[in-house]
Design a binder for this molecule. Structure first.
Ligand SMILES: [Zn+2]
Length: 280
């Protein structure tokens, strides 16, 4: 196996164990009547489906794109002739900005929201939510990111570091954990934290359409999509999408089928246009 894949898998496995252990010992939210085993079965099954599909489609797209662009001197960063470490840092920042917009687009356009809402249908919020994505969304996302790797002319190592950071922050940000307020606020000055990202999974649509950031919290502030606090007590706030709380929508098959459901056709919510508790 490619060593970079092994490195990423090892970091992922360690972070997953650390976050799962933290949640187990010090869970922030305990929601009565919610089955963790059922949610974890669906969420981790989706992760395996996504990994399997990517393996045979666009799994290595970003690395291949980076090597291809590098071999031809393509991209903005090589044109600037920066020292290598600076080019790596700028590539990571540039990719994080591109992925912020990708996430925002999935909340703006109906066809994309159909797939992305599989992530938001989870009525709980813990480390397993981080891996709950429709496999087709993962494949499309990899192709989108590969495009930006070429535009930026990102180095293959920058791509490996960025992807490792992205999955690590996803596991951290979805953790059912809580940091002391001052630690959270200090970290939030630069990075996305669990308390910041939980607001993005709120059942209030206006809150769901905010805090799109993945690694850096900067983009939500610059592009005016930052929400500091949920309107509900963040320990008891309702998570998920109210119209998909039935058993079928929560199953693996139901999740895979969710984007194609006729009864689920509706215009994607626009930022700010629904101020009451969401309808989806
Ligand atoms: Zn989202």
């Amino acid at each position: 196996m490619d060593q970079t894949v092994l490195f990423r898998l090892a970091v992922f496995a360690v972070l997953l164990l650390v976050m799962a252990g933290w949640e187990f010992l010090l869970p922030y939210r305990t929601v009565a009547g919610q089955s963790r085993s059922g949610r974890w079965l669906t969420n981790f099954s989706l992760m395996i489906c996504g990994a399997a599909l990517s393996r045979f489609t666009v799994g290595a797209a970003m690395i291949i794109a980076a090597s291809y662009a590098q071999g031809r001197g393509w991209g903005v960063l090589p044109m600037l002739g920066l020292p290598a470490p600076m080019a790596v840092v700028l590539a990571i920042i540039g990719l994080d900005c591109a992925v912020y917009w990708q996430h925002r687009f999935t909340h703006m356009f109906d066809v994309l929201w159909r797939f992305h809402r599989v992530h938001h249908v989870d009525p709980g919020f813990d480390v397993s939510t981080a891996v709950r994505f429709h496999p087709l969304e993962i494949a499309v996302s990899a192709a989108y990111k590969a495009g930006f790797v070429v535009i930026l002319g990102a180095d293959a190592w920058a791509v490996v570091i960025y992807e490792t950071l992205l999955s690590s922050f996803a596991l951290f940000n979805h953790g059912n954990v809580h940091l002391p307020r001052w630690v959270d606020q200090t970290l939030r000055g630069l990075f996305v934290t669990p308390d910041m990202h939980r607001i993005h999974h709120s059942a209030w649509m206006v809150e769901t359409n905010s805090n799109y950031g993945n690694i850096l919290s900067l983009w939500d502030r610059i592009f005016a999509s930052y929400t500091d606090k949920s309107r509900e007590n963040d320990r008891e706030m309702t998570i998920g999408l109210n119209e998909f709380r039935d058993v079928e929508s929560q199953s693996l098959v139901g999740s895979l089928w969710l984007p194609f459901r006729r009864d689920a056709a509706r215009i994607a919510p626009k930022p700010g246009d629904v101020s009451d508790k969401q309808q989806g």
